[in-house]
Design a protein around this ligand. Structure first.
Ligand SMILES: [Cu+2]
Length: 608
């Protein structure tokens, strides 16, 4: 959600200078980067038991221990490694005890008396702990994000396991090698459960990828799960370890000031002069990162080659965008970083230049050290540090072809494909947090009267009405197994939304710049009135380009302000009820989620 522009203007008018970075209350780069325990399915006859437990975790050397919820009691959970074609059975055992280990609060003001936005600061900022969140006792459900999983085991947000109730899920693993992740998905409270620690990585491996000779396992393959976290203060203003999920009257998402990698705030990793493979994932609730690698104040992005994305290898290696690697919540990147020419003692810093809420605006990589931006809810751009240690230099040749098992969807098939249109909408409600919904649209005839969304592309105008808005509205999407579909995501909000579709991956076809108008009161509970015109607005500074690293198989795609994103998706193997949603967890929990049902075509004649 955007901040209220009037508030921003008001604080600017008061002459407050908000570019001055805050002093970090924790020392960066003192904790070694932890690597989550590997849980290799083949070593356990493909049958795993993961206990979902209340535990303690230390997020930084100088922080007291935090109460957490974790898979196997750790933050993050163990990294499960599976082989393509070898099904894995996981017994998820909910053994959570005690209340939610996160204090949820809405601070009474957007900024403190010094004009600093409260989300840049630790503590409750005058907010009262929400007793309803404090009463949550640990219902859970696990979703394997990126998994081609039968519907019964996909983690439907309403099919919950209370403490003491186990669940046995079957994961077929008939899918490409890729970095997936498993996390909690409980209806309405995913934002708290994931924040409390319920997330872990899951790596699928296959022979095709092994033939490329990329690093597998330690020390040269390192997963990096990046999240933001905030902590409470005691009555003397000292940090306690207690996790704080804080929002404010202008910003309904929680953007926390401290960046945590694999469970540590601003860690450091000693690296040999060699090529490392980093499996990077943004596991934050809401924050988008734009990652830049700096050495001695200069961008060293040319050390980085991206070989994979959400669903595994790209066709060929790509360079990162010149501004840095953008990862919204749940997006993944498989990176090779060459440290082989560096002297022992060299230090490289990974920094984030993306302000929040993210709207796609650019920031030059070379200025990453100046990226701190309080108005942009980015008090500390540090992510982590790499320090080169002595060792034999070991550069690595990167194959020029990585994958040839997929191609862009054929044009003829696209022309005949069923098309679905979805508007992303933010509805302001008096005295309540804004509702974010996805309005599923249906084309209407010319004689239709009533609220309409019109999309004008040159001479052609398409007229739609909204047929569903909320999660519990009736299902309107019934894709046929095996059939290619085109989904259009029309962003009518001011922020970038990472849209995630469960089950099969998709490919991006286009990003179209648009301009649009919504009349006063044009957004009702279901109905929506809007006129959308393809083409760039004069004041629109976004490129609306598809980055090279988005041309792989994706399951989460950023839909920026003032654009329509078109994707092509084909559901292949499993029939059933699945979800698609925004992966900003506060949006997903506040209704930016909808069901769809994949159908075996031969059953259609029997549908009532
Ligand atoms: Cu969203």
């Amino acid at each position: 959600m955007s901040r209220d522009p009037q508030v921003t203007t008001a604080s600017a008018a008061r002459g407050q200078v908000l570019v001055q970075p805050l002093t970090a209350p924790l020392t960066p780069f003192v904790d070694a980067l932890p690597v989550p325990r590997r849980l290799i399915a083949a070593e356990h006859h493909s049958q795993l038991t993961v206990r979902i437990r209340t535990a303690t975790h230390r997020f930084h050397r100088d922080l007291p221990e935090s109460r957490t919820w974790g898979y196997d009691g750790t933050v993050p959970g163990p990294t499960i490694e599976a082989e393509r074609g070898k099904p894995v059975l996981v017994e998820w055992r909910n053994e959570l005890e005690g209340p939610l280990p996160v204090v949820d609060t809405v601070a009474p003001q957007h900024a403190d008396s010094d004009g600093v936005p409260v989300q840049c600061l630790p503590g409750l900022s005058g907010g009262t702990p929400d007793p309803r969140a404090g009463a949550l006792s640990g219902h859970a459900v696990v979703h394997l994000h990126g998994g081609l999983t039968p519907a019964s085991f996909d983690g439907w947000a309403e099919n919950l396991f209370a403490p003491g109730q186990p669940a046995v899920f079957h994961y077929p693993m008939n899918q490409r090698a890729a970095l997936l992740w498993y996390h909690d998905h409980v209806m309405g409270v995913t934002k708290f459960d994931v924040y409390a620690g319920l997330a872990g990585l899951w790596i699928v491996r296959d022979e095709r990828e092994r033939e490329l000779g990329l690093p597998e396992g330690p020390p040269f393959e390192v997963p990096l799960l990046i999240q933001d976290r905030n902590f409470n203060l005691d009555d003397r203003g000292r940090l306690t370890g207690q996790l704080v999920h804080k929002t404010d009257p202008d910003v309904m998402e929680a953007f926390a000031p401290f960046t945590v990698v694999n469970g540590k705030v601003w860690p450091i990793l000693d690296v040999q002069p060699a090529t490392y493979r980093f499996r990077v994932i943004n596991g934050s609730n809401a924050r988008t990162y734009r990652l830049v690698l700096l050495r001695d104040g200069h961008s060293e992005l040319e050390r980085v080659t991206q070989v994979g994305t959400d669903h595994g290898m790209l066709p060929t290696p790509v360079r990162l965008p010149s501004d840095g690697l953008v990862l919204a919540s749940a997006e993944r990147a498989d990176l090779l970083v060459d440290f082989s020419d560096l002297e022992p003692g060299s230090q490289l810093m990974l920094l984030n230049t993306a302000s929040a809420p993210f709207d796609g605006a650019s920031f030059p990589a070379a200025r990453a050290l100046e990226a701190a931006n309080l108005e942009g809810l980015l008090p500390f751009p540090q992510v982590m540090c790499f320090r080169v240690i002595a060792g034999p230099s070991a550069p690595r040749i990167i194959p020029t072809v990585l994958a040839n098992d997929y191609a862009p969807p054929p044009v003829e098939e696209l022309a005949d494909a069923p098309r679905r249109a979805i508007a992303l909408v933010e509805r302001e409600l008096e005295g309540q947090t804004n509702m974010l919904t996805m309005r599923e649209l249906r084309i209407v005839e010319d004689d239709h009267t009533g609220p309409l969304v019109t999309v004008t592309d040159g001479e052609r105008m398409t007229r739609y009405r909204a047929v569903a808005a909320h999660f519990e509205d009736r299902t309107t999407f019934f894709p046929m197994l095996g059939e290619l579909e085109v989904w259009q995501l029309i962003n009518l909000t001011g922020d970038t939304h990472p849209i995630h579709i469960h089950l099969d991956p998709f490919q991006i076809l286009a990003r179209h710049p648009i301009r649009y108008q919504i009349p006063d009161a044009g957004i009702e509970d279901l109905d929506i009135t809007a006129s959308v015109i393809l083409g760039r607005a004069p004041d629109d500074e976004l490129s609306h380009a598809i980055d090279d690293n988005e041309r792989g198989l994706k399951d989460t795609i950023r839909v920026n302000p003032n654009e329509i994103v078109e994707i092509a998706v084909r559901f292949t193997a499993y029939s059933g009820r699945y979800m698609y949603h925004c992966h900003i967890l506060e949006h997903e929990d506040r209704d930016m989620m909808r069901p769809f049902v994949t159908m075996a075509p031969e059953l259609m004649p029997f549908m009532a």
